[in-house]
Design a protein around this ligand. Structure first.
Ligand SMILES: C=C(O[C@H]1C=CC=C(C(=O)O)[C@@H]1O)C(=O)O
Length: 436
């Protein structure tokens, strides 16, 4: 149960967060800030942005790391404790103002990649023409005075910085080549025919190396401009532009947009319209989509009332068409956005059906750790509100500059290996073009 409290003074340490920190958080309104990206740290950007609205974080006031099967529920618990110990002044009261943490979680229980919640020292936010600045300062719960002297008084906007030099990366196949991916797809189709599993989402990776000191904001600008209807994100070196909303919680309302089923865009208006019509009529894509919608409804139902889903429709993105379904409901049990993320992940849009069997096939056929690809990425607020995407069309940048990009697709009984390879190539486009 989520019981919002932003004024509590007393903190109980938890296993996930042994030294609980008391945060002082102050949000002040700003004149409209149209561009958030120039304010980011070029090498450690924290960003959540769609259609020009979102939040940009600078610095780290708190960093919590989680691993293993309970990583999301541990994070939800740790966040409750941290938020309850914070003193928050927030006259703006918009989604993303006040105390927020950016988060990104590994896809797999056994992943070596840490899952994180990061509370920035400074957040600049923008929503519907209103902007704000949030400053965060930290004190140990036991300490008498804040370590860094308390929240800075409501202050001027931090300065945007000039972009570093342009760079272009060449991506090379990773541990699973395009041909190897085609073979893995054929193997999944055979397992489906044998009745072992209904659907499996398989992926492959591309690799590159970022020059020392590269300004990652350049790629974020490309993603945000090229894919403005997607969630452009950057958290702890993990960047992307995902079209899929895993879940949003705002003022007791819960919504999601499920995507599964993909077609190439046509070369002209006529073939493009035909591609969309063919996609919505395709029994293969509709089957793939239905698995994903069912898994989301099943996970959200215990936490919501009046949960409804739209009929599937075609969603146009610059690089492809998707089949999409909108889901909306009312929060019934006080869950936070992270509680719902824990209930939802991994959906059948990124794992398959039945879930356990599909995950076993992924472990067997993908010779790499997905890291945070296809995991939940987004933000959580002090009152449990938040916005989370399924982290698709994404890449992880390691501290040494190694970059790994990921793309996959849902494999069902009628999937064709050649077409599935082509689909992953289309899905790599946002990242390949942003860095290339
Ligand atoms: C697994 C990915 O996409 C998922 C989301 C939308 C459509 C999908 C598909 O048509 O296969 C996938 O389920 C990816 O982009 O890497």
């Amino acid at each position: 149960m989520w019981s919002p409290s932003v004024k509590s003074e007393f903190v109980t340490p938890t296993a996930a967060s042994p030294a609980v920190q008391a945060l002082t958080v102050e949000t002040t309104p700003l004149d409209d800030v149209r561009q958030l990206i120039p304010f980011l740290d070029p090498r450690h950007p924290l960003l959540w942005l769609r259609r020009g609205d979102g939040i940009a974080g600078v610095g780290e006031a708190v960093r919590l790391e989680f691993t293993g099967p309970t990583r999301v529920t541990d994070a939800a618990d740790a966040w409750r404790t941290l938020a309850a110990a914070a003193t928050v002044t927030d006259p703006v009261r918009l989604p993303g103002s006040g105390l927020v943490a950016f988060g990104s979680f590994a896809f797999a229980d056994e992943s070596e990649q840490a899952s994180v919640l990061i509370v920035p020292r400074v957040v600049i936010g923008r929503r519907a023409g209103r902007s704000w600045l949030t400053r965060v300062s930290v004190a140990d719960a036991s300490a008498e005075a804040p370590r860094d002297g308390g929240a800075a008084p409501a202050a001027a906007l931090p300065k945007p910085t000039a972009f570093g030099p342009e760079f272009r990366l060449t991506m090379a196949p990773g541990q699973l080549s395009a041909a190897g991916y085609g073979e893995a797809v054929a193997s999944v189709v055979a397992r489906i025919a044998a009745g072992e599993v209904g659907k499996v989402v398989l992926s492959r990776e591309l690799r590159a190396h970022l020059p020392a000191g590269a300004d990652v904001r350049r790629a974020l600008v490309e993603l945000a401009l090229g894919y403005s209807d997607c969630w452009t994100f950057a958290v702890d070196g993990f960047v992307g532009a995902s079209p899929e909303t895993l879940v949003r919680v705002t003022a007791g309302r819960v919504d999601a947009q499920v995507l599964a089923g993909t077609a190439a865009r046509g070369a002209n208006a006529e073939t493009d319209a035909r591609a969309a019509t063919t996609l919505s009529a395709s029994s293969k894509d509709r089957a793939e989509h239905a698995f994903a919608v069912d898994s989301v409804l099943e996970s959200l139902r215990p936490h919501t009332r009046a949960l409804e889903s739209s009929a599937p429709f075609t969603l146009k993105l610059p690089n492809l068409w998707h089949l999409a379904t909108d889901v909306v409901g009312t929060l019934a049990d006080g869950s936070s956005a992270l509680d719902l993320v824990a209930a939802l992940h991994p959906t059948a849009a990124v794992a398959g059906t039945p879930r356990a069997a599909a995950l076993a096939v992924i472990r067997e056929l993908e010779p790499f750790d997905r890291g945070r690809y296809a995991g939940p990425t987004g933000w959580i607020g002090a009152d449990g509100s938040g916005e989370w995407a399924v982290a698709l069309r994404s890449a992880q940048i390691a501290p040494d500059g190694d970059l790994t990009a990921y793309a996959g697709g849902g494999i069902v009984a009628d999937s064709d290996p050649v077409l599935e390879v082509a689909e992953t190539t289309m899905k790599f486009r946002p990242i390949v073009e942003a860095f290339g």
